[in-house]
Design a protein around this ligand. Structure first.
Ligand code: TRP
Length: 445
């Protein structure tokens, strides 16, 4: 399996940009902001940071270790280290990638549309009605197809020439835009209320079960864990890479961007007295409350709004790319396909499945719930057990045999005892919510 002709990242920083690009996406802006507001602000943020360290770091290092060691997509990689029975976990990963990308592409299409509108017609003043118009139906399908075509195109160009090249420009750009908007928001009159809302710490609220469960799930989703995306990216690394350091850089960058997203979203929304709009709709919060603020701001709003949605497009695109890459690398491994053929085939199939979400928001919401609560949490549990208990000498594999530092002992201890318990707990408490959504969609009650 040590396939010498396998593509490679051109540099360590190229890999880091791409991995951060996978992690930073709609999860940091759209999902993080609505959870932070729904789950009571700073308490949620602190818990989310806590879980990023406690379960995010260990599982991320586990995925990178498997991927770099096996130098193949998830199915063959698990088989490489665990024998034929473990390839099924890899198959589950591929299925998860399929499901997530199907609806992620729909939301990606919304971001494209809003960026385009800002640049041309401007934001619709009645943002709620507008969102309902364009979020499902043929409009939504059309933007999904455009977004997915861009994703397929970049992946077709390969690791160094497509994914790395885009991430190297896009990620610094995204960061600059976000800092700029956050600073601008700071200057607005009335933004103080936004900070108060975001950074207010309510201990009692933070200890509620649903907040704990949501924070753990978010830490996982935001870091792209539990379905082999990071594993696949690491399979294009060379042996000399320092996985433990890379793990820390990726995880803290991802947290930093989410935190920054809060610093731009809440002050903007509150400066325009739209605090009430955030809690109204979860899926649409970012696409309803913010465009309303931008519409009120006139010309400046078009510029700031365009920059904002451009950043969202970039984040969504670099994440969608990593999801498609999992499907592409697995099908290249399995059928010996050329990259372009794999990208087009997998991309078209995913887009077709996603059309369902494009026509029905309840399906999109259900797919998100199944993907995170079942596939990602379950997949993370599988990875932790695999690396903690099954794989031979993961510490030598992770450190390239170069160290016996205590950090790695702690890592394996966390994977063995802490991560599985936390994830089982989360799985247990998150499943009923998914079940309720499922029943509602199929009309069981
Ligand atoms: N991390 C991405 C975000 O925050 C979304 C995501 C979740 C993801 N799981 C993934 C991306 C797996 C790539 C692969 O938006």
């Amino acid at each position: 399996m040590a396939n010498e002709s396998r593509e490679k990242w051109q540099s360590r920083s190229g890999f880091l940009f791409a991995a951060i690009g996978s992690a930073v996406g709609l999860g940091n802006m759209w999902r993080f902001s609505y959870l932070a507001s729904e789950k009571g602000g700073a308490g949620f943020v602190v818990l989310y940071l806590f879980f990023t360290v406690l379960i995010g770091l260990p599982v991320l290092l586990a995925e990178l270790t498997i991927g770099r060691g096996a130098r193949s997509g998830p199915v063959l990689a698990l088989e490489h280290f665990g024998g034929p029975a473990w390839r099924w976990l890899g198959v589950v990963f591929v299925a998860a990638g399929f499901l997530i990308l199907s609806y992620y592409g729909v939301i990606g299409g919304w971001t494209l549309r809003y960026a385009f509108e800002a640049a041309t017609l401007g934001f619709a003043p009645d943002s709620g009605a507008h969102f309902e118009d364009v979020a499902s139906g043929f409009d939504s399908l059309a933007t999904q197809i455009v977004f997915m075509s861009m994703t397929i195109l970049v992946v077709s160009y390969g690791i160094g020439g497509g994914i790395e090249r885009l991430a190297r420009i896009a990620m610094p750009g995204l960061f600059v835009i976000m800092v700029g908007i956050a600073l601008y928001a700071f200057t607005l009159e009335g933004s103080g209320e936004g900070y108060a809302y975001y950074l207010n710490f309510d201990l009692e609220k933070a200890l509620a079960l649903d907040v704990v469960v949501a924070a753990a799930g978010q830490a996982f989703f935001s870091l792209s864990l539990g379905m082999g995306a990071m594993l696949t990216f690491a399979s294009y690394l060379s042996r000399e890479s320092q996985l433990a350091k890379d793990t820390a850089v990726i995880a803290f960058s991802d947290f930093g961007v989410a935190y920054l997203a809060g610093l731009m979203v809440f002050p903007l929304i509150f400066a325009f007295g739209l605090g009430g709009e955030i809690s109204g709709s979860t899926i649409g919060a970012l696409f309803v409350a913010l465009p309303k603020a931008f519409a009120t701001m006139g010309f400046v709003g078009r510029i700031v709004g365009f920059a904002f949605f451009l950043a969202l497009v970039v984040g969504a695109l670099t994440s969608a790319i990593s999801l498609l890459e999992v499907l592409v690398s697995a099908s290249m491994d399995a059928f010996q396909w050329q990259r372009r053929r794999a990208a087009v085939t997998a991309g078209v199939l995913v887009t077709a499945l996603g059309a369902w979400s494009a026509f029905d928001l309840a399906i999109l919401d259900l797919a998100d719930s199944i993907a995170i609560n079942l596939f990602l949490i379950g997949g993370g549990l599988g990875i932790a057990v695999f690396v903690g208990w099954i794989m031979q000498d993961p510490i030598a594999e992770a450190s390239s045999g170069a160290t016996n530092s205590i950090v790695y002992e702690i890592w394996r201890g966390l994977l063995r005892f802490v991560v599985p318990v936390v994830l089982l707990f989360v799985l247990w408490h998150a499943l009923p919510e998914t079940w309720e959504k499922f029943k509602a969609v199929v009309g069981l009650g």
